[in-house]
Write a protein that binds this ligand. Structure first.
Ligand code: HEM
Length: 395
């Protein structure tokens, strides 16, 4: 791994800007890609537990991953064979398609990198951001610890599932001897095809998911709600963000037994158009005060009312979720399918946890979903040429 830093420095002389090379979301930059960048249709998440114990070893691993990340997402990939400490990255025809698959890689560090079972790790305990403290438990949680948490996280997104899988596989091989994979999770979005205007994807409940979200080019809202500002916590996280992952299983049988009108009252939006029940079209802001025959048009326990900024001290989150389908639950013989809910924010406690507290207590959707895994990671700022991910953590 030690040679990896040199490899990263060598990246300097190559692709100066991802955009110039036709990359939609360049690997290098102020922020990591895969956050406020257009969602590709495939997701491969993996969490790793570290088996090393010294900070230099951890730095070496992050440097090696940064070098590999630059190589894997490099549009010039096909003309280069990348080998990092004996691990060849372009070892199959599938990875060679990476240049066309719009691969992004996003790295995160869990709280257990800093302290675990009350023991400081890697000498980094004083650098742990307060925002990374564990999330509280929520009403109805059915979390499986084997699918939750982890020291490090990699989010690979691509328009080709094999490319996303293979990127994670390459990083796992590089980490061999330093970290083992704790869990992994695939996700997908509907393939809406090329379109002039972006189409909001539907989730497995059949509803458009992502209508009221922070837009990737809304830099004011991103600064306010997503990117860590100076003064928010330790300086190494400035321009980074915090990622929450919740694996949320859907009870599709109970959902499908409802009428469309019943489903719409649970979400608070029309199924076909995505328009709020208070009227208008998909992007008309919901009117939470509107009444019909003495009742609110968007019911008191509707998902979009309880998740709205109005009821949550104007807090917003950047959602970037994917559908998952993992076969059937062998016990119930029901589909194990639902949402890999992913959101990014400046402060997961003031934002995700506050919203989820309200949802877990009152959301009408709770009768049809259960949260089965949870993770929280600090995603450092973007990788700079010649400087590995999270470099400032160790300075
Ligand atoms: C399986 C679980 C979930 C499903 C099926 C689901 C589905 C939806 C749908 C269909 C919408 C309306 C369309 C849109 O604006 O995107 C929505 C909105 C929203 N959801 Fe969820 N959601 C789930 C879990 C969550 C969780 C766990 C949170 C956060 C704690 C959350 C936060 C939000 C927010 C903030 C909005 C936008 C509210 C607004 O500003 O109008 N959702 N969700």
């Amino acid at each position: 791994l030690a040679a990896a830093g040199a490899g990263l420095a060598a990246e300097r002389s190559r692709h100066e800007s991802g955009a110039e090379n036709g990359l939609k979301a360049p690997f290098f930059g102020r922020h990591q890609s895969g956050i406020a960048t257009a969602a590709q249709v495939h997701l491969q998440l993996a969490a790793f537990d570290l088996t090393i114990s010294s900070a230099p070893d951890l730095q070496d691993l992050l440097a090696a991953w940064s070098t590999a990340g630059a190589a894997l997402t490099d549009p010039q990939h096909r003309s280069n064979v990348h080998t990092i400490d004996g691990t060849t990255l372009t070892d199959s025809g599938h990875t060679l398609a990476g240049a066309d698959a719009n691969l992004t890689l996003t790295f995160g560090l869990g709280a257990s990198v800093f302290t675990s079972n009350g023991q400081a790790r890697f000498g980094l305990a004083p650098r742990m951001p307060p925002a990374l403290k564990p999330l509280p438990g929520f009403t109805g949680d059915q979390l499986d610890p084997r699918r939750s948490d982890g020291d490090l996280c990699v989010q690979a997104c691509a328009d080709d599932p094999i490319v996303a899988f293979h990127a994670v596989r390459a990083l796992a091989r590089i980490a061999s001897g330093a970290a083992t994979m704790r869990w992994s999770q695939a996700g997908l979005l509907p393939n809406t095809g090329p379109s002039e205007r972006p189409v909001t994807p539907r989730n497995l409940l059949g509803f458009k998911d992502g209508t009221s979200n922070i837009a990737n080019d809304d830099h004011g809202a991103l600064r306010q709600h997503v990117w860590v500002n100076s003064g928010d916590g330790p300086p190494w996280m400035v321009n980074g963000t915090y990622m929450v992952i919740r694996r949320i299983r859907m009870n599709l049988d109970s959902w499908d037994a409802l009428t469309t009108a019943e489903q719409e009252r649970i979400i608070g939006r029309q199924k076909a158009t995505g328009a709020p029940l208070s009227g208008g079209t998909e992007h008309t802001p919901p009117q939470l005060n509107r009444q019909r025959a003495g009742s609110p048009t968007i019911p008191a326990d509707a998902h979009i009312r309880l998740a709205s900024p109005t009821l949550n001290h104007q807090q917003r989150i950047l959602r970037r979720s994917y559908t998952y389908t993992d076969g059937i639950d062998p016990g119930t013989r029901q589909p194990d399918a639902g949402l890999v809910f992913i959101c990014f924010q400046r402060d997961p406690h003031a934002q995700f946890a506050a919203i989820q507290q309200r949802l877990s207590a009152h959301d009408a959707l709770n009768n049809h979903i259960s949260h089965t895994a949870s993770a929280l990671y600090a995603c450092p700022p973007g990788v700079q040429r010649g400087q590995p991910i999270a470099q400032r953590l160790f300075v």
